[in-house]
Design a protein around this ligand. Structure first.
Ligand code: NAD
Length: 516
């Protein structure tokens, strides 16, 4: 068996010393500052997607364990909320340093459990790290507002205050970045946090919890539970949890948004996508095709911002054969192998689903220009690999267009005009991301202005905003009204208290008291 070597820090949270030998290691819970073995009798296998070997087991936490996690958060809240904002900032300053020092270790865990290439995994950690760095600006971000002299002797001012216990539910595709969108932002504001990572990729979150503890976060400020539906329902229903951050599929997100909201919680839910890249005939061809290939097939298409749909406008369609040539050159391999451009899909079921959607394209009249269904990767014959696939002649009523494929598959549509392309994008229910490739500023301006999508790239294929902005997917890609990270993230995890105060000038001490 190919073995990635891990440090003792990883072993203390998850890959125990016996890892990879006879017994299968178990993922711990993190409760009240301790990494503890679950007493659950329900466990889920974790697989290496490149081999489908079982590499560990994650518990479905018991009700008592989940209750203990909430109780721990609740106990820790008053003192943490009262800890000075400068001290909370110091914890995050140490945390960003420890994440940098352990970046490669976290990335190895991601590659092992999730399958993406080590370079992609390092990017995953790096994008999360940027959110932690941004959280260090809390001293400016959490400022309230003031209005002096609203009437005689009266001033009005507001504070941004934490909510209490908040919770996060994360997907499998960014095991470090997405949890880091959640608990650092919530905690720096003075909240305590219950994190439920994806049951398929819990490792990165466990190591991140250990590093946060080493940065000085007090016991109980972060608790981690594991599980699936029961854990999710528990979070949606528990009266002491005030807010839920969710990232994942529409099926789960809409359910969590509704159930959590019904129970009076704030919920923000980032969900699925179908992101269109519009290629204009005046585009810089080299740049457009390279960007398209990277954004469609990178991370095996398992990115919510993958550019999974291309619209070639007018003469740009002549570039299709060149696009195919570039996609053919990508190297598909296990994520830890040198030179790999893309790794496997997360599960055999995901592979089957993606292949089924490619099949549907042929049945419904599209053409397969490049077919990755039968790919074999030497040494990894049991892995969930699908090679880069390009489907052309796609129409908006086809299944492969309507469904989020979440694999290394690019569907290609053609239009004669920019207006037709904009109509297609705006008729699609999702509004996560889009990009236009053009050398005309006026065309780019028109597209950015008219397209009804929350994140727009101009010659930038994956326009995920840096954390001083917010992740602003829209329409069916988002439920809630306050986005992740940036100022919006601070708003999500805080509530306002507004104070109107009157100190009458007449009551002011007129002169200093006489000195005896
Ligand atoms: P998923 O919805 O299957 O899982 C996400 C979380 O919800 C997991 O923790 C899981 O345990 C839980 N869950 C799953 N099904 C559930 C159900 N029926 N009821 C309650 N809880 C449930 O998503 P995934 O497969 O892990 O991630 C892929 C999806 O996430 C894609 O649709 C992708 O577009 C989306 N995504 C969106 C963003 C974004 O920011 N918009 C980012 C990353 C991923």
């Amino acid at each position: 068996t190919r073995i990635l070597q891990f440090s003792s820090k990883v072993k203390s949270t998850w890959y125990s010393a016996s890892s990879f030998s006879s017994s299968v290691p178990t993922v711990k819970l993190f409760i009240d500052g301790k990494f503890v073995e679950s007493k659950s009798d329900k466990w889920i296998d974790i697989h290496n997607p490149a081999t489908n070997e079982v590499i560990g087991r994650v518990p479905q936490a018991t009700k008592a364990e989940m209750d203990a996690a909430v109780a721990s958060c609740k106990r820790a809240f008053p003192a943490w909320a009262d800890t000075s904002v400068l001290s909370r900032q110091q914890v995050m300053l140490r945390y960003q340093q420890l994440i940098k020092e352990n970046l490669k270790e976290i990335a190895k865990l991601i590659t092992l459990e999730q399958g993406k290439t080590l370079a992609d995994a390092e990017g995953d950690v790096f994008r999360g790290l940027q959110v932690v760095e941004h959280a260090c600006s809390v001293t400016s971000l959490m400022l309230g507002e003031t209005m002096p002299s609203i009437t005689k002797d009266m001033d009005l001012y507001s504070y941004r205050l934490p909510l209490g216990v908040c919770a996060g539910i994360a997907p499998f595709n960014f095991p470090a970045m997405i949890p880091l969108w959640m608990f650092p932002m919530a905690m720096v504001c003075g909240n305590t946090f219950i994190m439920k990572p994806s049951e398929r990729v819990p490792g990165a979150t466990m190591l991140l919890a250990k590093l946060l503890q080493d940065s000085g976060a007090p016991d109980g400020t972060l608790n981690i539970i594991h599980g699936q539906h029961e854990a999710v329902n528990f979070i949606c229903d528990h009266p002491n949890i005030k807010a839920i951050s969710f990232v994942g599929s529409n099926q789960a997100g809409e359910y969590i948004f509704e159930r959590g909201s019904r129970n009076g919680k704030r919920v923000q839910a980032n969900m699925g996508a179908k992101n269109h890249g519009v290629v204009m005939p005046d585009a810089n061809k080299e740049n457009a095709l390279n960007q398209l290939v990277g954004a469609a097939f990178g991370a095996a298409g398992q990115r919510c911002m993958a550019l999974s749909t291309a619209i070639f406008v007018g003469e740009a369609k002549k570039w299709l054969p060149e696009l195919v040539d570039r996609a053919k050159n990508l190297r598909v391999n296990a994520g830890d192998q040198p030179g790999a451009d893309l790794g496997p899909l997360i599960t055999p079921q995901a592979k089957e689903r993606v292949c089924h959607l490619i099949d549907s394209g042929t049945k419904e009249g599209a053409s397969i220009l490049l077919d990755g269904r039968k790919i074999k990767v030497k040494g990894y014959e049991n892995g969930n690999f699908v090679g880069p696939t390009i489907i052309s002649n796609v129409k908006p009523n086809m299944t492969c267009y309507k469904e989020e494929i979440f694999g290394p598959v690019l569907v290609v549509l053609e239009t004669e005009t920019l207006d037709e392309a904009i109509k297609i994008v705006n008729d699609n229910p999702y509004g996560n991301g889009t990009a236009i490739f053009t050398t005309s500023g006026a065309t780019a301006r028109k597209y950015s202005h008219l397209v009804d999508v929350g994140q727009v790239g101009v010659n930038v294929p994956i326009p995920v905003p840096l954390p001083m902005f917010s992740f602003t997917g829209s329409r069916s890609s988002f439920r809630g009204d306050t986005n992740f990270y940036g100022k919006q993230g601070i708003h999500f995890y805080t509530q306002l208290k507004t104070i109107t105060s009157q100190w009458k000038e007449d009551d002011a001490t007129l002169s200093s008291p006489a000195v005896a």
